[in-house]
Design a protein around this ligand. Sequence first.
Ligand SMILES: C[S@@+](CC[C@H](N)C(=O)[O-])C[C@H]1O[C@@H](n2cnc3c(N)ncnc32)[C@H](O)[C@@H]1O
Length: 184
Amino acid sequence: MKDNILFAKNFFKNPSRNASLVPSSNTLSKKLINGIDFDNINYIMELGPGTGVITQEIIKNMKTDSKLILVELENSYVDMLFNRYSSYSNIFVEKNTAENMFDILSKYEFPKLDIIISSLPILPEKNRTKLVNNILKADSQWGSVYRTITYMPFIFKKVYKNMGLELKERVISNFPPVWIRGKN
Ligand SMILES: C[S@@+](CC[C@H](N)C(=O)[O-])C[C@H]1O[C@@H](n2cnc3c(N)ncnc32)[C@H](O)[C@@H]1O
């Protein structure tokens, strides 16, 4: 409940950055990582974890020796996630903007990324261009799996048309309804 209140507060503080009034549902979190072979995943990055609903699902599924970086811009979420995960030696909370993902990888000495899981809103154009280039770079270098969500499928398709993402699933039961897209 506390998490939901914080989430709603952040929506009113910065609607375009928070993008939704409530966190993702458990059903959506499960579907977002459905079909991913976590036995072969060692290096994971989550972009825009918020209050950590999807994070919890990732942690439930990842191997105990896999490493996870959570990249979040909003201070209140960063503090919350840091309090929750600072005792884990394989989970890192990074206050940063998502498009800096390659600098962040270097900081935590990740040799590659096996998977990038995003629930970011559609970013402003400058940030978005860098993010897209970096996700495509991760794909061409390491074949990284990418999963992302959107509440605005038509705008999303238009702005990310060069990414070659496929529709994985629609989760109509989530509020707001969500389209899951991804590659690999
Ligand atoms: C739609 S919410 C998703 C939150 C959570 N993952 C969930 O599914 O409930 C979007 C999240 O992305 C974060 N965010 C927005 N822009 C960001 C950026 N440029 N870099 C990192 N995080 C960002 C927001 O602060 C928020 O936590």
